[in-house]
Write a protein that binds this ligand. Structure first.
Ligand SMILES: NC(=O)c1ccc[n+]([C@@H]2O[C@H](COP(=O)([O-])OP(=O)(O)OC[C@H]3O[C@@H](n4cnc5c(N)ncnc54)[C@H](OP(=O)(O)O)[C@@H]3O)[C@@H](O)[C@H]2O)c1
Length: 334
């Protein structure tokens, strides 16, 4: 195995604040422990939770790196004690609980997946966070199935674009909401069956019209607040409502009799703090079920823009400006 440097460049959060608090720093290259591998990072995905962490609203869970970055793609360069030496040299993408904005990153072996055939490192780095989140929430918690219809808010977000893609792969219809006509056009081009511009149209009425008054089977909600009672109006009988964020507030007022009369299910989850064992089970299911379809050219993530690692602050500024469509990625020159 090639020898590793003692230190690396990473992007640290100097203090809570705006994009310019992201600063390059020299850090020791971490050593993998049992059950871990060290990845030489080629690309790292940028996600909204990284922005929240930078602002001081989303601290890393206990034991996680203080560096931002929840997903990477690269080459395994070291394997922890007792690990499979065959992993060394493999091209992987990985879900990590932090530390992705760096030249080297530790990952639990169970959270690594092979880079799908035909994917660039940047495309592979754009997969783990949104694929794991969408897979668990839509397919496992809301048990959506072929022939059903899902309402997805934030249709052009990283999460939204992945949800459109995965639903299309599995024969599920999608209605999305977006904040502009341009974003609606982008979401439709990515495969959404209907895109509703919420700045000028009532999405509840649009959903009712599109579904012939029946409603959708599932809502994937990242908005919360006053959206939740309106989302429940969109649900068909036996519908499932999944909360993954609450950008318009955590407190909601709903008519609970709806839940009884129409047998609705309210659920939700957050991925980062889940155990390594849970993430390994999820990775295994995704590998068996989704990966064969990706390698056959079935779906690739919608890529917005790539920035060099040193320009992480510009990547965050772009995400915060909100004009992006799909995934923003940091790349590291070899
Ligand atoms: N629970 C979990 O495990 C988990 C994991 C990953 C991400 N998340 C959450 O999922 C969300 C999306 O993450 P991402 O990385 O994909 O972020 P992103 O690409 O920055 O997307 C954020 C989206 O939120 C929409 N939005 C913002 N404010 C809104 C409002 N007031 N009303 C309606 N829509 C609004 C924006 O759409 P418009 O510009 O069209 O309004 C945008 O598409 C974030 O809230 C993130 O924290 C949760």
């Amino acid at each position: 195995m090639t020898s590793l440097p003692a230190s690396m460049t990473a992007i640290a959060i100097r203090e809570p604040g705006g994009p310019d608090v992201l600063v390059p720093e020299a850090r020791p290259v971490p050593q993998p422990g049992p059950g871990e591998v060290l990845i030489r990072v080629a690309a790292a995905g940028v996600n909204r939770p990284d922005v929240l962490q930078r602002m001081g609203f989303y601290p890393p869970p206990p034991g996680a790196s203080d560096l931002p970055g929840l997903e990477v793609a690269g080459t395994v360069v070291a394997v922890g004690p007792g690990g499979d030496p065959e992993l060394s040299g493999q091209a992987v993408c990985a879900l990590v609980a932090g530390g992705g904005y760096a030249e080297y990153c530790l990952a639990p072996v169970g959270s690594c997946l092979p880079v799908p055939a035909g994917f660039s490192m940047a495309e592979a780095a754009a997969l783990p966070e949104t694929v794991f989140t969408v897979w668990h929430n839509l397919f496992e918690r809301a048990y959506v199935r072929e022939g059903e219809t899902v309402l997805i808010h934030g249709g052009t977000s990283g999460i939204g674009t992945t949800a459109i893609g995965l639903c299309k792969l599995f024969g599920i219809r999608t209605i999305v909401t977006c904040g502009s006509g341009d974003k609606c056009a982008a979401a439709t081009a990515l495969g959404a069956d209907l895109a509703v511009d919420y700045s000028g149209q009532d999405y509840v009425e649009a959903v009712k019209a599109f579904t012939g008054g029946k409603g959708v089977n599932v809502v994937l909600d990242m908005v919360g607040g006053d959206y939740v009672p309106r989302n429940l109006e969109c649900l068909a009988d036996d519908g499932r409502h999944v909360t993954i964020a609450f950008q318009r507030g955590a407190k909601v007022e709903i008519d609970i009799s709806q839940v009884m009369r129409r047998r609705l299910t309210l659920t939700g989850s957050t991925l980062r703090a889940r155990s390594a064992e849970f993430k390994a089970l999820l990775a295994d299911e995704i590998h068996r079920t989704l990966w064969p379809r990706l390698s056959n050219g079935g779906w690739k993530p919608a890529m917005d823009r790539s920035f060099p690692l040193a320009e992480a602050s510009a990547a965050h500024a772009r995400m915060q400006a909100g004009a992006h469509v799909g995934k923003i990625v940091l790349t590291i020159a070899d």
